[in-house]
Ligand binder design. Structure first.
Ligand code: SF4
Length: 228
C-alpha cells in the first residue's frame, strides 16, 4: 500500500514506473491538446472577482448553470463592494438556482468583504493567501490563480479530474488532495492548468461517469480502463 513516505523514498523499480507514468502523461496531454486546442475554464467572467464568484458557485453545479445565473447576477452586482454590501437574503435569492446557494452566497459576500478589508480589493496572487477567503479551497485557488495570473501552484481537481485520473491509472487515490499531489509529480509544472482543463473537457465529452465512450476516445490505446 502507498504511504506518505513513498513520495520521498522510491526503489529503482518504482523510479522506472514513475518515468513510464510521466511519459504516458505527456502522451495523454499531447493527444488531448489535439482534441481540445484551447483548454480553459468554461465559466464566463469579465474580471478576476467575477471568476472567483463563478468558481465558488460552480461546486456541485454545472458550469452551464453557473453561466446562466451569472449572466444576470454580474449585471446587477457590478463591483466587489456591491457584493459586500448586499442584503444577504437578496444575494441568496439571486443565486438560488445553484446548489448550496445559502452557504455560497454567505461565502461570496464574506470573500468580498475580506478582499476589501485586507487585500485592497485585489485577488491575492498566492495559494496561501487566496485560500484564506471563505469558500475558497485549493481547487478554486488553482483555477483563479492560473487563469488570472498564470500562476501554477497546483492542479485543480474536480469530479472529472478525479474520475479520469483513476481510470487512466494516474492515481489510485479517491482524495482530491492526494490525487493533486500524484498529478503534480507526474506533470511538468507549465502544464498543470492545461492538464486540469483537458481532463475536465474529456470527462464532459467522452469519458463520462456512467457511459464512457471508449470507442470514440483518443486515449483508448494507452488507457488501462478501456474495457471497463
Ligand atoms: S478509454 Fe474509456 S475509460 Fe479510458 S479515458 Fe477513454 S473513455 Fe475514459
Amino acid at each position: 500500500m502507498q504511504t506518505e513516505d513513498a513520495w520521498q523514498l522510491r526503489s529503482p523499480g518504482q523510479e522506472g514506473n514513475a518515468l513510464e507514468s510521466k511519459k504516458r502523461l505527456l502522451q495523454i496531454i499531447r493527444k488531448l491538446k489535439k482534441e481540445y486546442p484551447q483548454p480553459r475554464t468554461a465559466l464566463n467572467f469579465s474580471s478576476p472577482f467575477e471568476l472567483l464568484v463563478a468558481t465558488i458557485m460552480s461546486a456541485q453545479t454545472t458550469d452551464a448553470q453557473v453561466n446562466r445565473v451569472t449572466s444576470v447576477l454580474f449585471n446587477k452586482y457590478t463591483t466587489i463592494k456591491a457584493f459586500a454590501d448586499a442584503p444577504i437574503k437578496t444575494l441568496q435569492k439571486d443565486i438560488s438556482s445553484v446548489n448550496f446557494f445559502n452557504n455560497k452566497a454567505k461565502n461570496i459576500q464574506a470573500s468580498a468583504q475580506m478582499l476589501l478589508r485586507e487585500f485592497n480589493g485585489n485577488i491575492p496572487q498566492t495559494m496561501a493567501e487566496i485560500i484564506r477567503l471563505p469558500g475558497v479551497a485549493r481547487k478554486t485557488g488553482n483555477i483563479v490563480l492560473s487563469t488570472i495570473y498564470g500562476v501554477n501552484e497546483g492542479i485543480a481537481v474536480d469530479t472529472h479530474v478525479m474520475r479520469l485520473s483513476q481510470r487512466l491509472g494516474l492515481s489510485t487515490y479517491a482524495d482530491p488532495v492526494r490525487i493533486e499531489r500524484d498529478l503534480m509529480e507526474l506533470t511538468p509544472q507549465k502544464e498543470w492548468a492545461n492538464l486540469s482543463h483537458l481532463l475536465v473537457l474529456h470527462g464532459r465529452n467522452i469519458c463520462q461517469a456512467r457511459k464512457p465512450k471508449h470507442a470514440e476516445c483518443v486515449l483508448r490505446d494507452i488507457c488501462p480502463s478501456k474495457d471497463l
